[in-house]
Write a protein that binds this ligand. Structure first.
Ligand SMILES: Nc1nc2c(ncn2[C@@H]2O[C@H](COP(=O)(O)OP(=O)(O)OP(=O)(O)O)[C@@H](O)[C@H]2O)c(=O)[nH]1
Ligand SMILES: Nc1nc2c(ncn2[C@@H]2O[C@H](COP(=O)(O)OP(=O)(O)OP(=O)(O)O)[C@@H](O)[C@H]2O)c(=O)[nH]1
Ligand SMILES: [Mg+2]
Ligand SMILES: [Mg+2]
Lengths: 278, 294
């Protein structure tokens, strides 16, 4: 739709294709197009050449319209509980977060809360080894809540600044696994005497509209208060972020754009929208 | 579901004798919306709807239904046909001279390593002698992951933790399989982006080196609009045999299945229905069609 002179049906269809292909979702796309069309009819959007700017502004406004996350460091340790569906990028994102906090001068500890999947604890332990950060783990098949319990107890006694807890991938449709997560969260709060400061859901940018359901279910279960959106180094645009912010009022905390420990950056609405148009 | 959404439309249009653009206009809109909400790719939806609409127009309507109801049935039947047809039974016939070589590829986290275990079990429970080859040299503990899966299934795993050359591991693993008289070889590869030139070259080279009889693209059922991009590129570079669709035990509608089929023309063959190695089934076009339409 770039370079068009008037807002006609063809332009609106191109707009729709752009938004839907970005995984914004057909209903959200319709709403945004309606907004653009109204601005044009009202005269607030004077010509079609401005439409790209108008669209960028609308998308940026939607993505910015959420309370900024407050990193409350009052209590020690600062605990980040990481959850999400299978293969989204939780374990790798934890390595990235650990790297970030370590570079900021914090003492960090990791908890291998995935006691189910083959070599899950080995995977996190390898990251811990590369980062020179302690990893608390138990034998495969242990109760994940027990690992969390031991990990947090150790972190408190060692005066650790930041603890990041990994959990097994789980589909939100599996009631028993969601209950397990609820239990992990409760045990963490019991050991800490305060709720975990950050409960992050990791979402894969290549996933479609189901990511919204995932975020909602995890939020309902354990009060997820932030999102990491991974794999934005691919060709997926991660447009579902708009619905996540708009409908669930969850802030996107970070984006993952690669498989190395440095490939994480804080979410920035303008940059995210700019990348959508590239 | 779609039928409920259209019940009002159905009631109003009963008694018409032929399908016309006018009497299915609402139904077309609803089907389009259903497919987009199911994550079917935008261009695929456009093409699919145009095709079905063309096939449906002028059709005479069965006495007891409305044109819109009939249109929905035509949509469903067309979807089943495209996905493989209602009598489709995927199979992997073995090569007359062993080993039969299978290679798995796909984006990061799609379920390749787990599916390698599942495929291994699929053959070993029929008494076949299987070798898994751990050719992911990048992901931390990827080799350990496949070794644990193999151990739990009593299936051999070939690996070389010291080797940083995926092509060499695949070649040496195949060599070992022949010496050990294995019936089936399954090569697990690292997750990679279809736009990562270096890694796409690597997986092309693995394929050239071992000449697999079957090359699978392993795709996550919850993939969105991007499914077309990745599947097209993997198919162009590797000439895939078919697709394994994973994590179908979730509630994603699975429109990626239609997108991938449209984009590559290749068959959907297996689905992952859970994390356990026995949670692996043949792909059913009719079940997938109903799921996509919601
Ligand atoms: N390209 C890319 N790959 C990523 C990114 N984040 C994670 N990955 C890859 O995605 C795959 C899965 O990552 P994991 O960290 O194991 O995902 P997980 O959510 O912990 O998986 P489970 O524990 O099995 O549920 C790995 O190959 C990672 O290297 C990213 O931002 N970009
Ligand atoms: N629920 C469910 N989980 C699955 C299925 N298939 C794989 N998984 C899970 O998805 C996650 C990723 O699976 P992997 O086999 O590690 O994926 P991968 O493609 O090998 O990942 P990379 O090698 O990092 O690219 C793991 O937690 C698996 O247990 C499935 O059909 N259903
Ligand atoms: Mg993990
Ligand atoms: Mg793997």
């Amino acid at each position: 739709f770039l370079g068009k002179k008037t807002i006609d049906d063809e332009l609106l269809e191109n707009l729709e294709e752009f938004l839907i292909t970005a995984d914004i979702g057909p209903q959200a796309a319709d709403m945004i197009i309606e907004k653009i069309r109204t601005e044009y009819t009202r005269g607030t959007l004077k010509d079609a050449e401005r439409i790209t700017d108008a669209l960028k502004q609308t998308l940026t406004e939607i993505l910015s319209d959420v309370e900024e996350f407050n990193e409350d460091m009052t209590n020690k340790p600062y605990v980040i509980l990481v959850s999400g569906v299978n293969g989204a990028g939780k374990t790798t994102s934890i390595a990235k977060l650990a790297n970030m906090y370590k570079n900021a001068g914090k003492s960090v500890m990791l908890i291998a809360g995935d006691t189910f999947r083959a070599a899950a604890a080995d995977q996190l332990a390898e990251w811990g080894r590369r980062l020179d950060i302690p990893v608390i783990r138990k034998e495969d098949g242990s109760d994940p809540a027990a690992v969390i319990h031991d990990g947090l107890t150790s972190a408190k006694s060692k005066n650790i600044d930041v603890v990041i807890a990994d959990t097994a991938g789980r589909l939100h449709t599996k009631h028993n696994l969601m209950q397990e997560l609820v239990k992990i969260n409760k045990v963490a709060e019991k050991v800490l005497t305060y709720p975990v400061q950050e409960s992050i859901i990791v979402l894969d940018a290549t996933s479609g509209q189901n990511a919204l359901t995932q975020a909602k279910m995890f939020k309902d279960a354990i009060n997820v208060n932030g999102v990491i959106l991974t794999k934005l180094d691919g060709t997926a645009k991660g447009g579902i972020a708009l619905r996540i912010v708009n409908e669930l009022h969850l802030p996107i905390r970070y984006i993952g754009f690669g498989e190395s420990m440095e490939d994480l950056r804080p979410f920035n609405a303008e940059n995210f929208v700019e990348a959508m148009f590239n | 579901d779609l039928n409920e959404k259209l019940s009002g439309v159905f009631k109003r249009l009963k008694g018409e004798t032929r399908i016309s653009e006018a009497n299915i206009a609402d139904a077309v809109k609803q089907v389009r919306m259903a497919l987009l909400e199911a994550d079917v790719n935008y261009k695929v939806v456009k093409s699919f709807i145009a095709g079905v609409q063309e096939a449906a127009l002028g059709e005479s309507v069965i006495k007891s239904v409305s044109p819109a109801q009939q249109f929905i049935k035509i949509v469903h039947d067309n979807l089943v046909d495209i996905l493989g047809g209602k009598d489709y039974t995927p199979s992997l016939p073995l090569k007359p001279i062993p080993p039969t070589i299978i290679m798995l590829s796909g984006l990061q986290g799609s379920g390749k390593t787990t599916s390698a275990g599942k495929l291994g079990r699929y053959f070993s429970k029929d008494g076949k002698n299987v070798l898994l080859i751990a050719a992911d040299i990048y992901r931390p503990a990827a080799i350990d992951q496949l070794e644990v899966l193999g151990k739990n299934l009593n299936i051999d795993v070939y690996s070389d933790k010291k080797c940083k050359d995926a092509v060499k591991i695949a070649r040496d693993g195949l060599e070992y399989a022949k010496k050990a008289a294995k019936d089936i070889v399954i090569v697990d590869t690292a997750g990679r982006l279809h736009i990562d030139e270096e890694l796409m070259k690597e997986v092309e080279n693995v394929k050239k080196t071992i000449s697999p009889d079957y090359t699978f693209f392993v795709a996550d059922a919850m993939t969105g609009q991007d499914a077309v991009n990745a599947a097209t590129e993997f198919n162009n570079r590797l000439e895939i045999t078919g697709v394994i669709l994973t994590k179908t035990d979730g509630d994603a509608r699975g429109g990626a299945a239609l997108s991938i089929r449209y984009a590559t023309g290749k068959p959907l063959m297996f689905i992952g229905t859970g994390e356990k190695t026995e949670e692996f089934e043949l792909f059913h076009p009719d079940r997938m069609a109903s799921r996509i339409l919601g």
